[in-house]
Design a protein. Structure first.
Length: 178
């Protein structure tokens, strides 16, 4: 049987606005609404024996990404921590620190997925049109089967969310579960 994994992308305090450090945030208003859906996905994944990965932005204070986006998820700050409602279970859940949009770019994610013989990944989290999209694209071109729960991802706007889901579904042939 092919192993499956659940990826939880950037469900961090700075994005959810449960805790924000002064001048270090990028609040995603729709993110709070997807927390119960992701909690459900985590429960289902545990019941099915899936491997769970938390992909977490972690930036240096002078990261060049802050030219494009407000400072957020600065390493060592409370804002860069996974929200309490989705807290990982250690040691079975794995945390992958990333410095760019894709969970694969210069990380150990692909190596771990291969070591667990993962063939299919389910992606949840934020932003649908940025980190979720770039992670899904890289997973797809690495020949993983990819599925996205539409109610378990969020973007800064409904249009961005729907456009990204549409592109993943139509262009990449990623299964979008609605």
């Amino acid at each position: 049987m092919a192993r499956e994994a659940l990826l939880i992308v950037d469900m961090l305090n700075d994005f959810i606005d449960l805790y924000v450090e002064k001048d270090t945030r990028l609040k995603v208003p729709a993110s709070r609404a997807i927390i119960p859906n992701i909690q459900k996905r985590i429960r289902e994944a545990r019941q099915q024996g899936m491997v769970i990965f938390y992909l977490c932005d972690a930036h240096d204070r002078n990261d060049k990404e802050f030219i494009k986006w407000p400072p957020h998820a600065i390493m060592g700050t409370k804002g860069a921590e996974i929200i309490e409602e989705l807290e990982p279970h250690f040691p079975e859940d794995l945390t992958i620190v990333k410095k760019r949009y894709s969970g694969f770019f210069k990380t150990s994610l692909d190596r771990y997925l291969k070591s667990f013989k993962i063939k299919k990944i389910y992606i949840t989290g934020i932003l649908t049109n940025v980190c979720v999209l770039f992670t899904a694209v890289e997973a797809s071109i690495r020949d993983y089967e990819v599925a996205i729960w539409a109610d378990s991802v969020a973007a800064l706007s409904k249009d961005d969310h729907e456009t990204a889901l549409d592109q993943m579904e139509r262009v990449l042939k990623i299964k979008v579960i609605r």
